[in-house]
Design a protein around this ligand. Structure first.
Ligand code: CP
Ligand code: NVA
Length: 307
C-alpha cells in the first residue's frame, strides 16, 4: 500500500518494508540536513499540531522539521481553540482537514486520536496517546541503526513501567526483527491486548517476546536497555508504584549485567536518579540526546512520505 495519505497512529498498521522506508528516508534527510543540501519536499504545505498535554521535543521537532521541509506548522492548544469550549474532535478534524495537509496530535486517551483519524481527510500523526508513542520509536530505531548498524537480530530490554513508549517499542522493534524483553514488576506489565498483538507479530517476524519481573534477568545479553518515567503524564504519583519500580532503576550495576557494548536509551524527559541514574545518563553507554535529535529527522521522514 502507498504511504501517501496514510495515518501514522499505530506502528502495527505497517509492514517491515514500510517502516524501513520511513527509516531510510529519515537517514537520508539527516544526511542532507548535515551537508546543508536543500530538501524542501513540503513547500507550501501546512501541519496542524494539537497538544492536549505538554511537550518539548515533539512540539519543537515537528515545528522545526516542517520549516526545514519548506512547510509551516501551527501550534494549537485546547485553551486557545474551540476544542476547549466543547467543539468535538470529529468536527475539528473535518475543519482542519480543509486548511491543512496533515494533523499531528498529542492526546490523553487513544480513542481521541482514533476519533481524529476517523473524521480527518488528511493524514493523522499520533504525537503520543496513553497507549502508544509511535514517532518516538521511529527516532529510537533510527538511533539504534546508527549505533549498531542494524536492527534485525538485536535484543532490546525495556525495564520499568509498561506504558505508551514500551507498547510502541514492543510493536516497532518486533516488526523490524528485534528480540524484545520487558522487565516490569507485577501489576505494571504490558496490557493483554498489546501482548496478544505483539505475540502474533513476533511469530510473523520470527523474533522472541518475553515479559519478566526481574530487571537483571531482563537485561541479560541485551544490546539495548531502554527505560522511561515511572509516572506518565496524567498519572498521579503513588508511593506503592514507586517502591515497586525502584528495583528496575537503570543504574551502573544494571548496565554491567548487559552486553559490554550495550546502549542505554530514554525517550526523555528523564527524572534523574529515579528511573535512570545521572551516572548512566551522562555516561559512555547513553545515547539519549541522539534519540532526542532523531525525533527531528524521523518525523521529517514520516511527514515527507505521508504528505
Ligand atoms: N519524548 C517526548 O515525546 O518528549 P516531549 O514530551 O518533550 O515531546
Ligand atoms: N510515558 C511518558 C512519555 C513522555 C514522552 C508519558 O506518557 O508521559
Amino acid at each position: 500500500m502507498r504511504l501517501k495519505g496514510r495515518n501514522f497512529v499505530d506502528l502495527s498498521d505497517f509492514e517491515r518494508f514500510e517502516l524501513r522506508r520511513f527509516l531510510d528516508t529519515a537517514h537520508d534527510l539527516k544526511r542532507k540536513q548535515k551537508r546543508g543540501e536543500p530538501h524542501e519536499l513540503l513547500k507550501g504545505k501546512s501541519l496542524a499540531m494539537i497538544f492536549m498535554k505538554s511537550s518539548t521535543r515533539t512540539r519543537v521537532s515537528f515545528e522545526v522539521g516542517m520549516t526545514q521541509l519548506g512547510g509551516h506548522a501551527l501550534y494549537l492548544q485546547p485553551s486557545g481553540t474551540q476544542l476547549g469550549r466543547g467543539e468535538t474532535i470529529g468536527d475539528t478534524a473535518q475543519v482542519l482537514s480543509r486548511y491543512c495537509d496533515a494533523i499531528m496530535a498529542r492526546v490523553y486517551s487513544h480513542d481521541e486520536i482514533m476519533e481524529l483519524a476517523e473524521h480527518a481527510t488528511v493524514p493523522v500523526i499520533n504525537g503520543l496517546s496513553d497507549l502508544l508513542h509511535p514517532c518516538q520509536i521511529m527516532a529510537d530505531m533510527q538511533t539504534i541503526d546508527e549505533h549498531k548498524g542494524r536492527l534485525e537480530g538485536l535484543k532490546i530490554a525495556y525495564v520499568g513501567d509498561s506504558n505508551n513508549v514500551s507498547n510502541s517499542i514492543m510493536q516497532g522493534c518486533t516488526i523490524m526483527g528485534m528480540d524484545v524483553t520487558i522487565g516490569s514488576p507485577k501489576g505494571y506489565t504490558p496490557p493483554e491486548k498489546i501482548l496478544k498483538k505483539t505475540t502474533e507479530l513476533s511469530k510473523k517476524y520470527h523474533t522472541t517476546l518475553e515479559v519478566v519481573n526481574d530487571a537483571k534477568e531482563a537485561v541479560k545479553n541485551a544490546d539495548v536497555i531502554y527505560t522511561d518515567t515511572f509516572f506518565s503524564m496524567g498519572q498521579e504519583r503513588d508511593k506503592a508504584k514507586e517502591e515497586a519500580l525502584m528495583p528496575f532503576q537503570v543504574n551502573q550495576a544494571l548496565v554491567d549485567a548487559a552486553k559490554e557494548d550495550v546502549i542505554v536509551m530514554h525517550c526523555l524527559p528523564a527524572h534523574r536518579d529515579e528511573e535512570l541514574t545521572s551516572e548512566v545518563m551522562d555516561g559512555p553507554h547513553s545515547v539519549v540526546f541522539d534519540q532526542a535529535e532523531n525525533r527531528l529527522h524521523a518525523q521529517k521522514g514520516i511527514m515527507a512520505l505521508l504528505i
